[in-house]
Design a protein around this ligand. Structure first.
Ligand SMILES: [Zn+2]
Length: 193
């Protein structure tokens, strides 16, 4: 990808707002830490004792304490939520199930993508044109969406999805291929002797 010219306006790397607004967001603690690491000058400008004294002098102490408390609560909640989401992602894996339709025809069912904030319909379209094949989004037995790609394209799909996860910084997610044989008819039950 071509390098984009760096904008002169400085934005917070955590919440993406200008650092002056970080304190109103739910990730303030992280924002502050990030700014200290990445723009010491602006950090001092915003959070030195003098700057804080100026900013808070117009608020009553009581009001200030309430704001601090609310903010702490919000931050703790947001941090817990982010942690939960991360754990959920790390515990998940993408499963590519190779389904035997006939002796020579196969389809690949891709499940486990929903936690990665991937647009399933868009991805199905991408696969349809990439592999010039039929592709659909359906709900599986666990009521979760999965993408069905017609054709024996498991390896290509795995490669593409691994790339997609890497783009999102999710390099630890497993992509697993499994096989589903066509169900054979049950043999006739042997009557008890
Ligand atoms: Zn921020």
């Amino acid at each position: 990808m071509a390098e984009v010219e760096v904008s002169k306006v400085f934005y917070c790397g955590i919440c993406t707002f200008p650092p002056e607004y970080c304190e109103f967001g739910a990730t303030f603690k992280k924002c502050k830490f990030w700014l200290e690491e990445n723009n010491r000058q602006l950090f001092d400008q915003l959070y030195s004792d003098d700057a804080l004294a100026n900013a808070t002098s117009s608020l009553s102490l009581e009001k200030q304490e309430k704001i601090d408390k609310d903010l702490q609560k919000k931050q703790a909640k947001e941090e817990a939520k982010q942690e939960r989401e991360l754990q959920k992602k790390l515990a998940s894996k993408v499963v590519l199930k190779r389904i035997e339709r006939t002796k020579r025809k196969h389809a690949i069912a891709i499940s486990g993508l929903e936690v990665f904030e991937i647009d399933m319909k868009k991805l199905a379209k991408t696969f349809a044109s990439k592999f010039a094949t039929g592709c659909s989004v359906t709900k599986n037995a666990e009521k979760k969406e999965e993408i069905i790609v017609q054709g024996d394209v498991g390896d290509a799909v795995e490669e593409y999805i691994s790339g997609l996860l890497k783009e999102k910084g999710l390099t630890d997610i497993k992509v697993e291929q499994i096989e589903e044989k066509k169900k054979k008819k049950a043999p006739p039950a042997i009557p008890p002797q």
